[in-house]
Ligand binder design. Structure first.
Ligand SMILES: [Zn+2]
Length: 108
Protein backbone atom coordinates (compact mmCIF):
# COMPACT_ATOMS: atom_id res chain seq x y z
CA UNK A 1 0.00 0.00 0.00
CA UNK A 2 2.79 2.39 0.89
CA UNK A 3 4.37 1.50 -2.44
CA UNK A 4 1.25 2.65 -4.20
CA UNK A 5 1.35 5.94 -2.30
CA UNK A 6 4.96 6.41 -3.29
CA UNK A 7 4.18 5.85 -6.93
CA UNK A 8 1.40 8.45 -6.73
CA UNK A 9 3.91 10.94 -5.38
CA UNK A 10 6.38 9.97 -8.07
CA UNK A 11 3.76 10.75 -10.68
CA UNK A 12 3.07 14.05 -8.95
CA UNK A 13 6.78 14.84 -8.98
CA UNK A 14 6.99 14.04 -12.68
CA UNK A 15 4.14 16.32 -13.73
CA UNK A 16 4.54 19.09 -11.12
CA UNK A 17 6.68 21.23 -13.40
CA UNK A 18 4.28 21.28 -16.32
CA UNK A 19 0.93 20.67 -14.69
CA UNK A 20 0.60 21.64 -11.02
CA UNK A 21 -3.14 20.92 -11.13
CA UNK A 22 -2.52 17.32 -12.11
CA UNK A 23 0.15 16.98 -9.43
CA UNK A 24 -2.44 18.19 -6.95
CA UNK A 25 -4.83 15.48 -8.15
CA UNK A 26 -2.22 12.84 -7.37
CA UNK A 27 -1.74 14.31 -3.90
CA UNK A 28 -5.50 14.24 -3.32
CA UNK A 29 -5.67 10.61 -4.45
CA UNK A 30 -2.89 9.69 -2.05
CA UNK A 31 -4.59 11.53 0.81
CA UNK A 32 -7.85 9.76 0.14
CA UNK A 33 -6.12 6.39 0.36
CA UNK A 34 -4.51 7.44 3.64
CA UNK A 35 -7.87 8.48 5.07
CA UNK A 36 -9.70 5.35 3.97
CA UNK A 37 -7.15 2.75 4.88
CA UNK A 38 -5.48 4.38 7.88
CA UNK A 39 -2.12 3.62 6.39
CA UNK A 40 0.41 6.11 7.66
CA UNK A 41 1.89 8.32 5.03
CA UNK A 42 5.70 8.05 5.25
CA UNK A 43 7.24 11.17 6.80
CA UNK A 44 9.19 12.13 3.71
CA UNK A 45 6.01 12.10 1.63
CA UNK A 46 4.12 14.09 4.23
CA UNK A 47 6.50 16.98 3.69
CA UNK A 48 6.00 16.98 -0.04
CA UNK A 49 2.61 18.59 -0.18
CA UNK A 50 0.84 21.58 1.30
CA UNK A 51 -1.53 20.57 4.06
CA UNK A 52 -3.84 23.47 3.40
CA UNK A 53 -4.23 23.63 -0.39
CA UNK A 54 -2.88 20.15 -1.22
CA UNK A 55 -0.43 21.42 -3.81
CA UNK A 56 2.53 19.22 -4.51
CA UNK A 57 5.51 21.21 -3.21
CA UNK A 58 8.66 21.63 -5.23
CA UNK A 59 11.48 23.43 -3.40
CA UNK A 60 12.65 26.18 -5.72
CA UNK A 61 9.35 25.99 -7.55
CA UNK A 62 6.21 26.53 -5.53
CA UNK A 63 7.79 26.02 -2.12
CA UNK A 64 10.40 27.79 -0.09
CA UNK A 65 12.46 26.01 2.52
CA UNK A 66 14.13 27.92 5.31
CA UNK A 67 16.36 26.68 8.04
CA UNK A 68 16.26 28.20 11.48
CA UNK A 69 19.30 27.20 13.44
CA UNK A 70 18.69 29.35 16.49
CA UNK A 71 18.29 27.47 19.74
CA UNK A 72 19.26 23.95 20.50
CA UNK A 73 17.00 22.25 18.04
CA UNK A 74 16.61 24.51 15.04
CA UNK A 75 13.70 24.08 12.72
CA UNK A 76 12.84 23.79 9.08
CA UNK A 77 10.11 26.00 7.71
CA UNK A 78 8.41 24.98 4.49
CA UNK A 79 6.37 27.75 2.91
CA UNK A 80 3.80 26.99 0.26
CA UNK A 81 4.02 29.75 -2.34
CA UNK A 82 0.59 28.87 -3.69
CA UNK A 83 -1.43 29.71 -0.56
CA UNK A 84 1.24 31.00 1.81
CA UNK A 85 0.81 28.22 4.35
CA UNK A 86 3.84 27.70 6.56
CA UNK A 87 4.80 24.42 8.05
CA UNK A 88 7.37 24.24 10.80
CA UNK A 89 9.31 21.07 11.41
CA UNK A 90 11.69 20.28 14.20
CA UNK A 91 15.06 19.97 12.63
CA UNK A 92 16.27 16.89 14.53
CA UNK A 93 13.42 14.84 13.20
CA UNK A 94 13.90 16.00 9.64
CA UNK A 95 17.62 15.37 9.68
CA UNK A 96 17.09 11.64 9.67
CA UNK A 97 15.14 11.94 6.49
CA UNK A 98 17.66 11.65 3.69
CA UNK A 99 15.27 12.52 0.89
CA UNK A 100 15.00 16.17 1.89
CA UNK A 101 18.76 16.59 2.02
CA UNK A 102 19.14 17.89 -1.50
CA UNK A 103 16.64 20.70 -1.06
CA UNK A 104 18.13 21.89 2.23
CA UNK A 105 21.30 23.27 0.77
CA UNK A 106 19.62 25.15 -2.03
CA UNK A 107 18.03 27.91 0.02
CA UNK A 108 20.45 28.46 2.86
ZN1 LIG B 1 -0.67 25.69 -0.05
Amino acid sequence: MVKHLRSLFQHAEAVAGQDPALAKRYVQMARRIVMRTRVRLPTDLRHRYCHRCESYLRPGGNARIRLRTAGRNGSLVITCLVCGYRRKLIWNRVKRNASTKASKNATT
